[in-house]
Design a protein around this ligand. Sequence first.
Ligand SMILES: C[S@@+](CC[C@H](N)C(=O)[O-])C[C@H]1O[C@@H](n2cnc3c(N)ncnc32)[C@H](O)[C@@H]1O
Ligand code: SF4
Length: 340
Amino acid sequence: MPVTFQCMQDRYGHRISYLRVSVTDRCNERCTYCMPQELQEWLPREEILTFEETLRLVGIAAGLGVSKVRITGGEPLTRRDIVGFIRRIPEIPGIRSIGLSTNGTLLARELAPGKSMASALRAAGVGSVNISLDTLDREVYSQITGRDFHEQVLCGIDAAITAGFEQVKLNAVLMRGRNEDQLIPLIEFAAQRDLILRFIELMPVSTTEVLNDKNFIPVNEAKRVIESRYGRLIPEVEFRTNGPATYYQIPGRRQRIGFIGAMTNLHFCESCNKLRLTCDGKLRPCLGSYLEFDIMKPLRAGASDRELRQFLLDVVDRKPEQHDFRQNYQPNRRMIAIGG
Ligand SMILES: C[S@@+](CC[C@H](N)C(=O)[O-])C[C@H]1O[C@@H](n2cnc3c(N)ncnc32)[C@H](O)[C@@H]1O
Ligand code: SF4
């Protein structure tokens, strides 16, 4: 049967072409801004979408105009046979680009002699990798993530570079009292490796204590610090990477850095093209909204493709104009459970 491609557009004109798929709520780290330090109960296996179920939903989304998928978590690389799963995504008609968000700790792991996890992912079809790195200080890294994995992440970044992805980006969440002294060191680190670095504002997606007036650093403040060192940053209005980051060039260099100012950028949601699928089968039209819709239920009750397609269209129709983060948003689901 020929595949017909439709387009998903919400009532505010957001065209949905990007699906973020969380494949697990588990993680080998415990970042303070993402999940509580104490041992958490993971979801039981039967409440997690199987790879088959996930692939079916990605296929349905692709039939509705989704062309880019990003695999996230929790830590996606902790899920067994993640490479085998990803290898099947390029077979889905309409999917043109596969990204992965990872903490980087497992990228350098050897799967076979001379073959790293990173190279296996590249061979499986992953084009772009986002690696979280908030600091170059090993001690502070341990404080932020609850684990002493800094060295593994640095090796993971090298493994990603060697694997030859189309794009490798570094993501640093801004936190006063933790990494405000790391802006320049991180920029130099990224420059030496020719990687794009993005600074992300802390968002209230975890427990309520995570974000407060004391530890929040607005991206404009980070930008000012960077400009006091390098001179005025040159806006790159034409450059986009599917997400809401705004990019700049450092004067006199080819280096590009980005800012993700979900809290302070009032235009943040205007170009939103995203839908999220959580690992337990909920569709979330917006990260900063309580809205979520259980697609696992109809899926497991035997819904047809047509019914699931309609479910997706209905979710998109409920997509809000913008997130609620500035409305004293109280998170009801941790980031790790949503998939950042
Ligand atoms: C939830 S993680 C999942 C993928 C992977 N485990 C990782 O750390 O990159 C995705 C991204 O969300 C970011 N993140 C998590 N909690 C956040 C928060 N409260 N505010 C801003 N970004 C956050 C992380 O830094 C990471 O870049
Ligand atoms: S940000 Fe990523 S690495 Fe850190 S706890 Fe969340 S999922 Fe794990």
